[in-house]
Design a protein around this ligand. Structure first.
Ligand code: G6P
Length: 502
């Protein structure tokens, strides 16, 4: 896209103190805890009567942070999810929301381009080839600056600012420069790749410097933190020791940044509550019924993304039907693939491939009364997902690369009956914490077929033993514990800074 086609940057909103008389005064809306994420935790939805309203959005990150924000009475800076929406900051369910507007061109270059066609594939081990485009990078820098400015304007003196994910990797350093009084955290929800891959990035130094603006840099796995430290040593020649990184400063002194694993989790108790609700238990039975009461239901639940290994999973299942080891009268695979990033080429191609494959397998094996794969390219409310988890005998998580995979944890949390089997890829972050799952390498189709058969045939006693061990982990390490441990690390960084100054 030629530069001239880009619109002038919209004037920053809500930053000039007292500019509009009807606005809440700036002092009133300063927060001690500010989350900065690409998306606001709400979506603008159109009602049947034509009115629009804000609704809490689904999705891992929002679900993970919502309880933390409600308790802390904090502010959340993010994009409202559609082009050119200019909205003043507003209150929503106990959180002060600060919208950052993006133009259609910025969505194309910063979000679909740099974030989801460069960083996303590069950080997921180049499963799909990343594209490196300078015009995307320029938009990424510009938009990151806008998020940093919005965060700086809403953060109280000495506040804690917690930046989320790969869309905003430059924000920590931009914020530190504008507001040295802040304590800054950054959490990376997706993998951080090995240096041999990371070094492809034309802007590899700028991104590392951006991240190192944070006092605490969190990753999902110990291996991700290790990859990051190695990139810092190789590219910037900074010293690293265990989880500490010595960062030289402009005045010749140094400061310490912490780069460490903080594996994210789910709001476990709310999943358990839903799983035990009589209407949801009844809905699970209804789902089984509507699938023709097969002996076993296999389930896959993913965003429609090439990192999730959906094709590999379909291949293994299709071959088991082909081999005659499984039969559609007995076994059905339910695949929920929620629509995602639909304007990015790699996602359009993936959708075509998956839908072709599902069509072929169903065409070859369906009977009038039974279907091999019930494919649903839709997103569902949490209640329906919990009913599906309760209905599924085997949960298939076959990611080729995944930061954590919260679906694996959600399945485990909802199995209060200690039944069901989790088949889990070793390339998902969740594998580090859930060794009692059946572990697979999704590239090994033969191995995956054996794992699926083992899961289908697993005796109830072994299911119970494994599920109890899995549940123990997910109950102990919920999202509350995750956020507390990250915020504790930030508190410790703040105290260390104070000691340094004294
Ligand atoms: C992953 C990322 C999140 C992202 C989510 C949905 O979980 O780590 O940052 O929000 O996918 O993707 P989207 O592009 O729709 O925000």
């Amino acid at each position: 896209m030629p530069k001239a086609a880009e619109p002038a940057e919209p004037a920053p909103r809500g930053q000039s103190r007292g500019s509009a008389p009807e606005q809440v005064s700036e002092a009133d809306r300063r927060a001690d805890l500010v989350v900065v994420a690409n998306r606001l935790p709400v979506d603008k939805v159109m009602e049947p009567d034509g009115d629009t309203e804000w609704r809490r959005s689904p999705g891992g990150l929002v679900t993970a942070l919502e309880p933390v924000m409600r308790r802390a009475d904090g502010a959340w800076v993010g994009w409202p999810g559609q082009p050119d929406i200019e909205v003043e900051p507003f209150e929503f369910e106990g959180t002060h929301l600060v919208p950052v507007s993006l133009s259609a061109d910025e969505i194309e270059n910063y979000y679909e381009g740099m974030s989801n066609d460069t960083f996303w594939p590069l950080y997921h081990d180049v499963i799909s080839p990343p594209r490196y485009r300078r015009v995307w990078w320029d938009a990424y820098v510009r938009v990151n600056r806008r998020f940093a400015e919005a965060a700086a304007s809403v953060a109280a003196e000495g506040a804690t600012v917690w930046v989320q994910d790969y869309q905003l990797q430059l924000v920590p350093a931009m914020l530190r420069e504008a507001r040295p009084d802040l304590t800054i955290g950054y959490f990376h929800h997706i993998p951080f790749p090995a240096y041999g891959l990371y070094s492809q990035l034309p802007w590899r130094r700028q991104v590392l410097e951006g991240l190192l603006g944070a006092d605490v840099i969190g990753f999902q796995r110990v291996a991700d933190a290790g990859n990051f430290a190695r990139a810092v040593r190789r590219q910037l020649r900074y010293q690293t020791k265990a989880t500490g990184i010595t960062v030289p400063q402009a005045d010749g002194t140094t400061r310490n940044a912490l780069a460490k694993a903080f594996p994210i989790s789910i709001d476990t108790s709310s999943y358990i509550e839903l799983a035990e609700r009589p209407d949801i238990v009844a809905r699970a039975a209804e789902i089984r019924e509507s699938l023709g009461n097969p002996k076993k239901i296999l389930l896959g639940v993913d965003r429609l993304d090439y990192t999730k290994g959906i094709r590999h999973r379909l291949k293994a299942f299709g071959e088991l039907l082909e081999d005659g080891r499984l039969n559609v009268e007995d076994v059905t695979l339910v695949q929920v693939a929620s629509p995602s990033r639909e304007r990015v080429d790699a996602y359009m191609q993936l959708r075509d491939e998956i839908e072709l494959t599902v069509g072929r397998i169903n065409g070859d094996h369906d009977t009038m009364g039974h279907t091999a794969i019930r494919y649903l390219h839709q997103a569902y409310p949490r209640e329906e997902m919990v009913a599906l988890f309760r209905a599924a005998d085997v949960m298939l998580v076959t990611a080729l690369r995944d930061g954590m995979n919260l679906v694996a944890k959600e399945y485990v949390a909802t199995r209060t009956d200690n039944r069901g089997v989790l088949v889990l890829s070793e390339f998902a972050g969740a594998a580090d914490e859930l060794p009692s799952a059946i572990r697979i390498n999704p590239h090994d189709i033969g191995g995956m077929k054996e794992a699926i058969m083992r899961a289908i045939e697993m005796p109830a006693a072994e299911q119970g033993r494994r599920m109890r061990a899995l549940r123990k982990k997910v109950l102990e390490n919920d999202v509350d514990r995750w956020s507390r441990s990250f915020l504790d690390a930030l508190d410790e960084a703040r105290r260390a800074k104070k000691r340094g100054r004294a």
